[in-house]
Design a protein around this ligand. Structure first.
Ligand code: LMR
Length: 353
């Protein structure tokens, strides 16, 4: 159908460059296009542009000071595991305190890596403390900014080492920057911390296992030595990480326009979850389901920690074919406007039988 399309003439200005590019002569000179060139005839990248680009890529002075060592790991879990093994080998304190409740995999990841779960709060000096950076899993309850500051002061005064698990950045507030606030607070005081970053959920790349462990050190020299030791942890574990998903993530993070597009799409995911919260809450109110269900709309992130007990969860699975973790945690992301009534019926039945 396009066989009769005729060749269009070159643009009168841009066509000059086309002709110039075809010319083989060593003395060729392009005076056609009105775009600035340096004495060497090259396009000029303005310093301010370079700085702005640098800000997009490296958003924190600690990174520019080369105090942060980052290694690609197998998503959040792999990042936690590598960080834990590094600490088990090189940190003087082998106890890690984890939230209660926390993600079910945390205790296994840390103990199998050689750390001990802290049990008594008497010997907390210099221990490691696992913190959910945002959108706490499973409760959906995060500290406020003021509370984070109190946590920071307390931890720094006791010399506790923060290890952040950032698996849901963007899902708490709908804003990537705001959700990094807790980690930034700790990095800003110049002290050390670790952060396990997952892109499984916020980039929808669960199967690609894209993530990174960052260890913020006090000096660039320390960061270099830490990195050399991280390589020794990784090499016998999985040698080196797969490239495909990570290349996608890197492309998005480096490109200003794509980063913005990602933020917008991520916000849409976060907003859909918020709308599911409202719909489920409304559906339970409409049914007059006994109990206060306002936590469904107050909690943030991907999960609702319903308060349903193991028996009620088992009942809902048996009678309504609804599947969730036995602690009563619902992944709101798995819900849709179509399935909300079914879930509301099941919860209503579970609490009224
Ligand atoms: C979850 O808690 O369901 C997610 O973090 C997914 C996972 O890998 O467990």
């Amino acid at each position: 159908v396009f066989a009769s399309v005729v060749q269009a003439p070159e643009d009168p200005i841009l066509g000059v460059t086309v002709a110039y590019n075809k010319d083989q002569s060593p003395v060729k000179l392009n005076l056609g296009v009105g775009a600035y060139r340096t004495e060497e005839g090259k396009p000029l990248v303005l310093n301010v542009v370079r700085k702005a680009e640098q800000m997009l890529v490296n958003d924190h002075p600690a990174i520019q000071e080369n105090r942060v060592t980052t290694v690609q790991c197998l998503s959040g879990t792999g990042s936690l595991r590598v960080g834990a093994e590094f600490l088990a080998r090189h940190y003087h304190e082998k106890s890690i305190y984890i939230p209660q409740p926390t993600w079910g995999n945390h205790p296994k990841v840390f103990t199998l890596a050689g750390l001990a779960l802290g049990r008594s709060w008497e010997r907390t000096i210099r221990a490691i403390v696992l913190l959910h950076a945002c959108a706490h899993n499973p409760t959906g309850v995060d500290p406020t900014s003021d509370q984070w500051e109190q946590i920071r002061q307390l931890m720094r005064s006791k010399g506790l080492l923060p290890f952040f698990d950032s698996a849901y950045q963007g899902f708490a507030s709908g804003n990537l920057d705001a959700d990094a606030g807790s980690i930034r607070l700790f990095v800003a005081d110049g002290g050390e911390c670790l952060a396990a970053q997952s892109y499984a959920k916020n980039m929808g790349l669960y199967g690609e296992r894209v993530g990174a462990l960052s260890i913020v050190c006090k000096t660039a020299d320390t960061a270099t030595r830490v990195e050399s030791q991280l390589k020794l942890v990784i090499r016998p574990m999985y040698s080196n990480p797969p490239i495909h998903g990570a290349s996608i993530v890197a492309t998005i993070l480096k490109d200003g326009d794509m980063y913005t597009e990602w933020s917008v799409e991520l916000k849409a995911m976060a907003d859909r979850i918020i709308s599911m919260r409202q719909q489920l809450y409304d559906a339970l109110c409409a049914r007059g389901t006994p109990g206060d269900w306002s936590h469904i709309i107050k909690q943030i992130g991907m999960f609702t920690f319903t308060g349903l007990n193991t028996n009620q969860v088992a009942f809902m699975t048996k009678e309504y074919h609804i599947y969730m973790t036995s602690d009563g945690r619902i992944s709101m992301a798995g819900l849709s406007s179509r399935t909300v009534p079914h879930l509301a019926d099941a919860i209503h039945a579970a609490v009224t039988v």
